[in-house]
Design a protein around this ligand. Structure first.
Ligand code: MOS
Length: 751
């Protein structure tokens, strides 16, 4: 083994063309052949089946349950109620982390929302547990449930993920009073529930002093730490396996009270326990997008330039816990104005606590702000696209910081060209098709921030010159397994086939959070740094070895490419990774990397992805039925690692935008506080026939500041802008301005 001379900590150049390729999904074959295992697919020997019993009232108390009958049912192992609930290491309402808010663990007989856990039945079979759960037949003392916006508002502690409840700049009053014209638009958005295809599930097994959990999580490390905190365990003794998620959308990053019960049951009964929520139990206990009522006042000068944006959101949150939808954040990030105020208050309903749901804040906020912008454009007599260009934010509207990059102008232009926006009649109700349908076109601006939450990875070169990347990678359907492999290969100067990714388990390096649209940027950077660290060490070995053709090159003057190191200034000097390792007597060589935002970046730039969405709708003038016939979205989101996955993310987001505009919404019964549509039959989401043509354009954008990879993120931005574009197209088709989502045909019956 050569004497290794440590060289200055510089990373060699690594070259590869894996990133940028439209590779198909690395996990595609596993999924279509049914070999990708989801949490509930696991059946360890001796496993018992648990069924959760949830409250059928929104507020009050459980006065009786027929525990005797349930216990007596054949096959029942145990029934847990507040009378015999397992103790936790922390108070159930404690918050060991921001995400840890859902902690109903049978602490008492009170009911705080419909769908709250009130008992857990464990049996030998799912059928026995289901029947015993039915036999419990809970009796309640119900109190009047608090429902809707018309309750006394209160000032929350913070908004979304810790933003202040109010942010402002300039003189709002002056901006409005001195305006040539003003508009006021009030928009309501309903409660929406994530409803991933895979319902929340857990298989808990205590073995060899450790707790093994098969459960879907967007953040394995954070989830393991959360479970450990409540259970009084060392986080290293909690191992979560979560290779695949059947969708997450923000709902699968937290510790859930029902899961704690299943884990404790497994311990007390000394056997593995499985619990999978029923579809109706997805409505309440596992987060939702809280309802909002947003009031947006805009002032304009005579040319339609905004003089003031005053965006106020009243957000519905839980009676016992707080999460405020940061919808007014849209006003901070979308249009330029000398005076901007983004404010929030809350009202407390008897609902499960809201939380992050795909594009939290911006989805609801842009759905309202884009209608308000359209109303203002109409008042100014301007084409809606021209209005948006006139109010283009050259710098961050609230902070004034320069953008790290912003190709929104190109998004507007390319999207409009692809859509055929030119020649759009200014007035509504001017276009019909051959079948007599009213045709309308609308536009919306899409924005979403580019956060980075921190992640770690380890890269290991093996004697044969191939490599393995280790990190607790999860894939919830977004294609992360595929994109990370491409980044990994380039980081090591290898082909993607030569790199294995070992992920999906929380005892690997912490993969951070697949959320906030920051996964590719954050974990990708960790992987890139791990690869860089490995190649740097390899270069040190070669450079220090008199027998290597690269002796004396130093690590800054080599290039890693195709499994070989080359001297930068003399490509005839090169050596394969395998040869370098063999001569050094190394079986493996490992490097580590972290991904996080640069320390000072936040002070220097504003980081946002951008886009423009154009919608065409056709409305039946007799029936009021709305069809989205065309959607074009043009997005600029920095460097694109995998165009196929990115298009899939963006079009999927836009289809969610259709869902937001026309379909999704929990119907709260004002008398009882119960949700009337707690299933896929009645809670509508867009399906194929609702989305006939969705076209995605990605606008090239280089970003030297957002992170060293130049990746901004695409997971959520597709939802933003789209709902507003559709609402505006409906106005353009019909002349009717509907300001309450989802837009239903009963609002369009009098056309
Ligand atoms: Mo997301 S709502 O950041 O998973």
């Amino acid at each position: 083994m050569p004497d290794v001379t440590p060289l200055p900590a510089a990373t060699p150049i690594r070259m590869g063309s894996n990133a940028g390729q439209p590779r198909t999904r690395a996990d595609g074959l596993l999924k279509v052949t049914g070999r990708a295992t989801y949490a509930a697919d696991n059946h360890p020997a001796g496993m018992a089946q648990a069924v959760l019993v949830t409250a059928a009232i929104a507020r009050g108390r459980v006065t009786a349950m027929n525990v005797e009958a349930a216990r007596a049912h054949p096959g029942v192992v145990e029934v847990y109620t507040p009378a015999n609930r397992p103790e936790l290491a922390l108070e159930p309402d404690a918050k060991p982390s921001f995400f840890s808010k859902l902690t109903e663990t049978l602490q008492d007989d009170t009911v705080r929302y419909e769908g709250q856990p009130i008992a857990l039945v464990v049996a030998e079979t799912l059928e026995a547990a289901t029947e015993a759960a039915r036999l419990l037949a809970p009796q309640y003392a119900a109190e009047t449930a608090r429902v809707g916006f018309d309750l006394a508002p209160y000032a929350p502690e913070s908004v979304g993920f810790g933003f202040p409840i109010e942010m402002s700049k300039g003189d709002i009053a002056a901006g409005l009073s001195e305006a040539a014209s003003t508009t006021e638009t009030v928009v309501e958005t309903p409660p929406q529930y994530h409803n991933a295809m895979e319902t929340h599930a857990i298989v808990a097994e205590w073995k060899d002093g450790k707790l093994y959990l098969d459960t879907p999580t967007q953040a394995p490390g954070m989830s393991a730490a959360g479970f450990a905190a409540w259970l009084g365990l060392d986080p290293a003794d909690v191992v979560i396996r979560s290779p695949f998620l059947g969708g997450g959308f923000g709902s699968k990053a937290a510790v859930v009270g029902a899961f704690l019960l299943a884990i404790q049951a497994a311990k007390l009964l000394d056997r593995p326990v499985k619990l999978a929520l029923a579809r109706h139990q997805m409505f309440g206990h596992v987060f939702h997008r809280g309802a909002t009522r947003q009031t947006i006042k805009l002032g304009m000068d005579a040319e339609g330039r905004l003089t003031a944006i005053d965006h106020h959101t009243t957000a519905v949150t839980a009676a016992f816990e707080e999460f405020i939808e940061g919808a007014s954040g849209a006003a901070r990030t979308t249009y330029a104005a000398p005076a901007i105020r983004a404010s929030h208050d809350g009202v407390r309903n008897d609902v499960g606590v809201p939380g992050a749901m795909r594009a939290p804040g911006e989805a609801s906020g842009s759905a309202a702000l884009e209608i308000a912008a359209d109303v203002a454009a109409e008042a100014a007599g301007l084409d809606p696209l021209e209005f948006r260009l006139r109010n283009y934010a050259e710098t961050d509207p609230m902070s004034g910081l320069p953008y790290s990059s912003k190709a929104l102008r190109e998004c507007y232009a390319e999207g409009a060209r692809e859509f055929g926006w030119a020649g759009r009649p200014l007035a509504p109700r001017q276009m019909t098709d051959d079948a007599g349908m009213l045709v309308g076109w609308g536009v919306g601006t899409a924005t979403f921030p580019c956060p980075m939450f921190g992640a770690e990875a380890r890269a290991t070169l093996r004697a044969d010159g191939t490599a393995v990347i280790e990190t607790a990678l999860i894939d919830m359907g977004q294609g992360s397994w595929t994109a990370m492999a491409q980044i990994a290969a380039d980081s090591l100067g290898l082909d993607v086939e030569q790199v294995e990714i070992r992920g999906g388990v929380s005892d690997l390096p912490d993969s951070g959070v697949a959320g906030g649209s920051g996964y590719t940027a954050t974990l990708g950077l960790a992987i890139d740094n791990a690869g860089g660290d490995t190649i740097r060490q390899l270069a040190e070995i070669a450079s220090s070895d008199p027998d290597s053709p690269l002796h004396g090159t130093g690590n800054t003057r080599v290039v890693a490419r195709g499994g070989r190191l080359y001297a930068q200034d003399d490509e005839s000097r090169s050596e394969s990774y395998a040869d370098i390792l063999a001569r050094a007597g190394r079986e493996t060589l490992s490097g580590e990397g972290k991904g996080a935002r640069g320390e000072n970046d936040a002070n220097d730039h504003s980081f946002q992805s951008h886009g423009a969405v154009f919608a065409e709708v056709k409305v039946d003038p007799d029936l009021g039925q709305v069809r989205v016939t065309r959607l074009v979205g043009a997005f600029a989101a920095g460097r694109i690692i995998n165009p196929r996955m990115v298009e899939s993310q963006l079009s999927g987001g836009m289809i969610w935008g259709i869902s937001f505009a026309l379909h999704e919404g929990a119907e709260m019964d004002p008398r009882t506080g119960r949700i009337l549509n707690r299933d896929f039959g009645e809670y509508h989401v867009s399906v194929n026939s609702d989305a006939p043509s969705v076209k995605v354009l990605t606008i090239p954008e280089e970003d030297a500041f957002v992170n060293p990879l130049g990746v901004k993120g695409v997971g959520e931005i597709g939802v933003t802008g789209t709902a507003g574009a559709i609402a505006n197209a409906i106005w353009h088709a019909t002349g009717k301005r509907v300001t309450s989502y989802p837009i239903r045909l009963e609002e369009l019956l009098d056309l």
